[in-house]
Design a binder for this molecule. Structure first.
Ligand SMILES: NC(=O)c1ccc[n+]([C@@H]2O[C@H](COP(=O)([O-])OP(=O)(O)OC[C@H]3O[C@@H](n4cnc5c(N)ncnc54)[C@H](OP(=O)(O)O)[C@@H]3O)[C@@H](O)[C@H]2O)c1
Length: 349
């Protein structure tokens, strides 16, 4: 029977996925670097486990023995994706992760030829970032194939997990990123604002460096891409202030301070918060002739969304559906893949 390794299983999101995997009848092998935490979770769920650190290349390779795929949930992925992908390429094991980091998407896209040669799939971004937005982008492109501009937006993520907050803190100094003429382009933090109607009236939204500026280009070929998130006037002022604080935000003193505050907080949203939460996405494409198409999508809370999309992707892989090479969610499984997630609705304007 094909099976997969869930690495980073003891993290907030890894645990959600492990629990739901068991509910849906899967028996992944749990893994991570913390022997105590991983073995406790494995015995609680009645699953096998493996313990290894990603710094140990031989142990990582050995940790993949007998596996069809890895679902990599240990982040920030800027530190963890490289060694795991190296091991996957050597061991010929499909690689899936839940990153949202632009640099990681780009690093994986650059390894497409190696993945093709090894016959394995590299599918980063199998979570909330970027499954729903990527599928929305591909759906809009299908409606307007001549489109050369894409704007995406989302809101409703709610409370972040420690891992997400840490990833954001590590990238605070970096400002914004958009795509212009096919090229990833650095712009100041909170570069553009616009009012977006996510389905319940217009809301203020601001550009952020979200994964789709990397992935939607691969999915659609559209060269001009911006991603927005709903914001408040106060948050917008803080984001603009951060433009002048890059040096401080990068310093190990401020990084340490912010990360200690994150670690002192709760691991992520409670089950009740997740059950109540909802996410809203909006996308717009336009072409040079002035044609425009808009679509919206609504779905479960962000971490629940991540758990469900990651499991939907891994289920496809275990069934033998894993196109080799670098993939985005919509390239691998089509624009309608996200509609397989319970509670997801898409509407066209
Ligand atoms: N794309 C999305 O929509 C989405 C959704 C959810 C999460 N994420 C991302 O997924 C990552 C994890 O989030 P989380 O909420 O689960 O965070 P978390 O609760 O802080 O858990 C992080 C996990 O990663 C492991 N880890 C961190 N650095 C490691 C390293 N260098 N080597 C091995 N293991 C390492 C941790 O192991 P230890 O316990 O041993 O430290 C832990 O298991 C974050 O980067 C987050 O941004 C993305």
């Amino acid at each position: 029977m094909p099976n997969y390794l869930l690495y980073g299983a003891n993290g907030y999101t890894g645990r959600l996925i492990a629990r739901e995997a068991v509910v849906s009848g899967q028996r992944p092998i749990l893994a991570g670097r913390n022997a105590e935490a991983v073995s406790a979770l494995a015995s609680q769920l009645g699953l096998e486990h493996r313990v290894f650190a990603l710094e140990d290349a031989a142990a990582t390779r050995a940790g993949l023995e007998g596996m069809t795929a890895v679902l990599h949930c240990a982040g920030p992925f800027a530190h963890t994706a490289g060694p795991m992908v190296d091991a996957c390429l050597e061991a010929r094991v499909h690689y899936l992760d839940i990153t949202g980091e632009i640099s990681v998407f780009e690093m994986l896209a650059a390894r497409d030829t190696e993945a093709m040669a090894a016959g394995i799939m590299l599918l980063p971004g199998a979570g909330f970032d970027v499954v729903p937005s990527d599928c929305l982008a591909a759906h809009l492109h299908r409606r307007l194939p001549e489109a050369n501009r894409l704007a995406l937006g989302f809101h409703g993520i709610g409370r972040f997990s420690r891992g997400t907050a840490t990833t954001i803190v590590e990238n605070l100094h970096a400002g914004g990123v958009i795509r212009r003429g096919g090229v990833l382009t650095h712009v100041p933090a909170a570069w553009q604002t616009r009012d977006i109607d996510f389905g319940e009236g217009p809301r203020l939204a601001v550009t952020i460096p979200w994964g789709d500026v990397s992935t939607a280009y691969h999915s659609t070929g559209i060269g001009d891409i911006e991603v927005y998130t709903a914001t408040s006037r106060g948050q917008l002022r803080m984001m603009r202030l951060s433009r002048h604080l890059g040096w401080a935000l990068r310093s190990s003193f401020v990084q340490g301070l912010l990360k200690r505050r994150i670690q002192a907080g709760p691991p992520g949203p409670t089950d009740e918060e997740r059950a109540k939460g909802k996410t809203f996405l909006w996308g717009e494409v336009s072409d040079s002739a002035g044609h425009r198409a808009v679509a919206r999508l609504r779905g479960p809370e962000g971490y629940t969304f991540t758990m469900l999309t990651a499991l939907a992707a891994v289920t496809r892989v275990l069934a033998g559906d894993a196109p080799p090479g670098y993939q985005t969610p919509s390239l691998a499984y089509g624009p309608d893949f996200v509609l397989e997630v319970p509670g997801v609705e898409r509407t066209d304007e």
